[in-house]
Design a protein around this ligand. Structure first.
Ligand code: C2E
Ligand code: CA
Ligand code: CA
Length: 611
């Protein structure tokens, strides 16, 4: 059955590629003939089970094709950053411009959902050939080609779905051990093996449950075929991030399970495993080029610490997963004693409030450095929950709290007060030149008294001024029109001398354009771009274009998540003003502030390969 499926799918894939090739060649001929073009290149980018179809053309690379490919890349970058890029790189042909006496016209092909389905580049022989009627005709042909590409993709996907459905029903009969879609074990096999492992060995291990968020929406929006490729990538990313000895199973449509062996002291180990899985899934699914993919919630429970039998262990891991899911975004939770089997948000809130009153929620500080001089210019305040039983918890473990307006505001107030005090404790001569960046939620900014409350913190603590305060907000907060309370609060904060930083810049969809009118002084480049920029040209170009943009609009840029000297050097060569990241320091408790004021010696950093 499996062979049959493979051969059917390969056959459909080949037919699909052939069909795309036919459309492309037809369109190229049509354009050449009807417009008298000297050269035409159409690069299709219809996504299918077999990946992007533009691979088809790689063999016949011409200069025009290169121009079109780069035009396409630039377009994708523009979409991510919302900017128009002057010249991100040198093009062999100017876009929509002249080359010698010839005119080049480039067009992006968009289908009805505004997904990119190709790119077109045309070289007209005479200088005056690219007149308005020509362009209009070219646009009409572009629309037609997009429609045809979309239609052939849809019919291909339907065909594959049909084959998949046949295969699913056959699978039910066969009761195979592995899930053919993802290569993970089936529920039955997973359960058998985990039970056996718990019986045979007393060594500590953790049962982790992962749930892929929004799978139904993904299927509805992009089709089952896409959903299947997506799940395949998630499973692959999970296996890659987990140790080889882990048992991995697909437990339901959108749920995976893993049994992972634990070292003797596993507190931070388990957290590392969970965040490695999360990062790996995000990275891998980003290659599909669709928004909001790769979010998974996770819940874990440990053997023999939390439970010794399979059923209880599973129940506790489910409880932890439930906590993550109620947070509403990709979170990971490790089961903790005292946590209900199905803890409810009210219970977390109660414990969080108790922790807040007991001063267990504390500000940690990540230094920000000037990338030219190495000086520490200030700190970003990051929340940490110092739980006497569970150790230091990261924001991901208690983010659900921030969905509640009252809790979010209490947290901000408490952290801001303590953070300002810790900064002032450095003494006026050291503190006065340092900035303090505070992450705020929309609830804080909806509060008419927010600026006033910050003012009273500042009045209580002597020696600090408004000009030292940076308010970090994410793009989402600014999605609305530039009016209303959020806007007014930001304006008020700025009027008093604070600066506004746009956090995680580049991850949203609008870029700066939809933010016009909003008060912004600083852009923080999201750490995922920094993490990928040395391997991915597109990510590097995004970083470059954000830096270009900042130069022309007088914004300061802070790069987040600098982890290696190579990333640092690349950012320095692009004239990025400031940065933060584990290369310099992770977030530190207040007691570490004074020590972290050191100036970084870049020469020494660069000479150390093993840093
Ligand atoms: P964020 O504002 O983007 O904070 C940056 C995150 O990147 C922090 O994670 C920081 O620890 C982490 N980070 C810094 N350098 C590196 C690096 O080199 N490599 C890697 N892999 N990570 C690095 P953290 O502390 O877990 O915070 C996560 C998010 O939780 C923050 O993202 C922010 O959105 C939120 N958050 C944290 N503290 C607060 C707070 O006090 N209030 C509010 N409203 N949100 C907060
Ligand atoms: Ca931040
Ligand atoms: Ca950030």
């Amino acid at each position: 059955m499996s062979d049959l499926w493979e051969s059917n799918a390969v056959e459909s894939g080949a037919a699909f590629q052939e069909e795309v090739r036919r459309i492309v060649e037809g369109a190229e001929t049509l354009i050449r003939d009807s417009l008298g073009a000297a050269e035409v290149v159409l690069i299709p980018r219809a996504s299918s089970k077999h990946g992007d179809v533009h691979v088809l053309r790689q063999v016949q690379s011409s200069q025009l094709e290169e121009a079109a490919t780069r035009f396409l890349d630039d377009y994708l970058i523009q979409r991510a950053t919302g900017t128009s890029i002057p010249t991100v790189r040198t093009m062999p042909y100017p876009v929509d411009g002249r080359h010698g006496s010839d005119q080049i016209i480039c067009r992006i092909l968009l289908d009805g959902d505004y997904s990119v389905c190709g790119c077109l580049a045309v070289r007209m022989q005479e200088a005056d050939a690219a007149t308005a009627p020509h362009k209009a005709r070219l646009d009409a042909i572009s629309v037609m080609v997009s429609t045809m590409l979309k239609a052939v993709t849809t019919s291909f996907e339907l065909e594959i779905e049909l084959i998949a459905a046949q295969r699913r029903s056959a699978r039910l009969e066969l009761q195979t051990r592995t899930d053919p879609l993802t290569g993970a074990q089936t529920l039955g096999a997973f359960e058998r093996e985990v039970r056996k492992r718990l019986q045979d060995s007393a060594d500590a291990c953790a049962l982790i449950l992962f749930e892929v968020e929004n799978l139904k929406n993904v299927n509805d929006l992009f089709g089952y075929q896409f959903g299947n490729s997506y799940l395949g990538l998630v499973a692959g990313a999970l296996s890659a991030a987990l140790p080889d000895t882990a048992i991995v199973g697909r437990l339901a449509g959108d749920q995976f399970g893993a049994l992972v062996e634990l070292p003797e002291r596993y507190n931070s180990y388990l957290g590392d495993v969970l965040s490695r899985c999360r990062d790996s899934i995000l990275r891998s699914t980003a290659t599909l080029g669709r928004p909001n993919l790769g979010r998974t919630s996770a819940g874990a429970a440990t053997y023999p610490n939390d439970a010794v039998d399979y059923d209880t262990l599973f129940e506790l891991a489910e409880g932890a997963l439930h906590v993550s899911k109620s947070g509403g975004r990709g979170l990971s939770t490790v089961f903790a004693p005292g946590m209900d089997r199905r803890p409810n948000p009210r219970e977390i809130t109660r414990r969080f409030n108790a922790a807040l009153s007991a001063n267990q929620i504390r500000p940690y500080f990540q230094p920000v450095h000037n990338l030219v001089t190495g000086d520490c210019t200030g700190f970003e305040v990051l929340a940490r929950w110092e739980d006497p039983d569970r150790g230091v918890l990261m924001p991901d473990d208690f983010i659900p709290i921030l969905n509640d307006p009252e809790n979010a505001e209490r947290l901000t107030q408490k952290l801001t007060g303590s953070a300002l005090k810790a900064l002032a404790d450095l003494g006026p001569s050291r503190a006065k030149d340092l900035t303090l960046a505070i992450n705020v939620t929309s609830f804080d900014l909806m509060n008419r008294e927010f600026a006033f409350e910050l003012q009273s913190h500042l009045s209580e603590i002597h020696g600090l001024s408004w000009s030292q305060i940076i308010i970090e907000v994410t793009e989402k907060i600014m999605l609305g029109a530039a009016e209303g309370q959020v806007f007014r609060t930001l304006e008020e904060l700025r009027r008093r001398g604070a600066r506004v930083a746009l956090d995680d810049f580049g991850t949203g969809y609008g870029g700066l354009r939809h933010l016009s009118g909003w008060p912004v002084d600083i852009l923080k480049i999201d750490r995922h771009f920094i993490g990928r920029m040395l391997d991915s040209e597109i990510d590097r170009a995004i970083v470059e274009s954000i830096l270009h943009l900042s130069e022309s609009s007088d914004l300061t840029v802070i790069a987040e998540g600098i982890e290696t000297p190579e990333q640092l050097r690349a950012l320095q060569s692009m004239n990025c003003a400031k940065g933060q990241g584990h290369l310099f320091a992770a977030a530190l408790p207040a007691s570490g502030l004074a020590d972290s004021l050191r100036t970084i010696d870049f020469d020494m950093l660069n000479s150390r390969d093993d840093w």
